[in-house]
Design a protein around this ligand. Sequence first.
Ligand SMILES: C[S@@+](CC[C@H](N)C(=O)[O-])C[C@H]1O[C@@H](n2cnc3c(N)ncnc32)[C@H](O)[C@@H]1O
Length: 209
Amino acid sequence: MPRRDKPDHYAQRAKKDGYKARSVYKLQEIDDKLHVLSGARRVLDVGAAPGSWTQYALERMSRGGTVVAVDLKPVELPPSDSLRTIEGDVTDEEVRSELRELGPFDLILSDAAPSTSGNRTLDSARSAELVEIVLGLADELLAPGGHMVAKLFQGGDEKSLLEAARARFRSARIQRPKASRRDSFEVFIVGVDHRPATPSAPAEGEGPP
Ligand SMILES: C[S@@+](CC[C@H](N)C(=O)[O-])C[C@H]1O[C@@H](n2cnc3c(N)ncnc32)[C@H](O)[C@@H]1O
């Protein structure tokens, strides 16, 4: 297994390029392929600390774009008019109501990850819960046509979560960037072009007389 205390190529590159974390290159790969940031002006970054995805989004967005960055921990970036940081739990109702006031968004990013226990089944289940929360945020806060990138630890639920994403987006797929560590079981669900929920067709016998 590769040693994680030794900075790898991506960690060294992040330091040189001035990014807070090596994770930035995962988002860059996804964006190079699927252009999720192109045209985005309002971005919500969930699980944003220390801040490399937020840095990348701010750089890629056209002038006047803003990022709202939420994390349990402080986001380590200097204050700016383009950045709003919220230190809190995205599952918390107070945080959700703040996000509702700040939305809608053109793009929701989530690199959020539970603290790992070493029990893969448990860690994957917690990660899947975070993805469900992000899908809920997409329904509530994404502007029509908006996109979503959400990290998921593989381990059982990826098929049903991908289906849930496909029900909400014109297209949804799983991406595994090269920058993910070789021993990592993370993937990213990318949803492109959010469609507002259509009311389900009435069940037989429930329609108007
Ligand atoms: C891999 S780090 C994100 C790295 C970040 N994308 C970057 O590029 O700097 C995962 C983050 O998810 C956050 N997180 C996990 N659960 C969360 C929750 N319920 N609400 C907010 N943040 C959460 C953790 O605190 C952690 O900072």
